[in-house]
Design a protein around this ligand. Sequence first.
Ligand code: PEP
Length: 251
Amino acid sequence: MRKNIVAGNWKMNTTLQEGVELANEINTLLEGKSKNCEVVICVPFTHLTSVNAVIEPSIIGLGAENCSEHESGAYTGEVSASMVKSTGATHVILGHSERRQYFGENNEQLLAKTKQALANGLTPIFCVGEVLEERENGTYNDVVRSQVEALFSLSADDFAKIIIAYEPVWAIGTGKTATAEQAQDMHANIRHTIEEKYGKELADNTSILYGGSCKPGNAPELFAKPDVDGGLIGGAALKADSFIGIIEAFN
Ligand code: PEP
């Protein structure tokens, strides 16, 4: 069966020292606590090794926020999937809307990044989601479907290793959450799209997370929906108490 997962996306926040302190605090608060979901924190590249040293892998998984679509070589400033893996990380966020919007990442590149991540044993947290205009003009289902379909050249074995995160762009960092019904509808559509390509069993086993202004106050309602398997959390992942509050929505 699919897993419930709460993953934090720290984005470009915290110095190394602040990040280590935050990771340590989250790890300490979760130690000895029973939780009904997996927890992952996705942190800046610069923080990976040091954060890995202060978290217990059985309590918190560690992820990067991006990786290169190239294996290695003359790509100044890029960080490869094998470099990420060598820090001890287990996950990588790919296709976040900020990467698509500000860095022009397209479906072709994102497929290449996903292949690099998988080839290096990292679990991709693959983000999809429509912008406000697409929500308002009614094309949102088609937009998200085509973002998911960008991965459909992967084998079933490879696709089965991916976590999908549905993040309506209009809800990210805006304080505007999709309603639990809007999230459920889209998650069900995504699962159906996956089922059409890879079959019911694989679709049922795929974890689909919701992201977009998720907080301790709205997480229980969102996570109660049958196709919402957890959250990808931005702002609320930067404070240990609010991140833990969201994790507790699964208790
Ligand atoms: C995100 O960027 O992945 C996100 C969900 O951000 P926020 O929770 O701040 O809306």
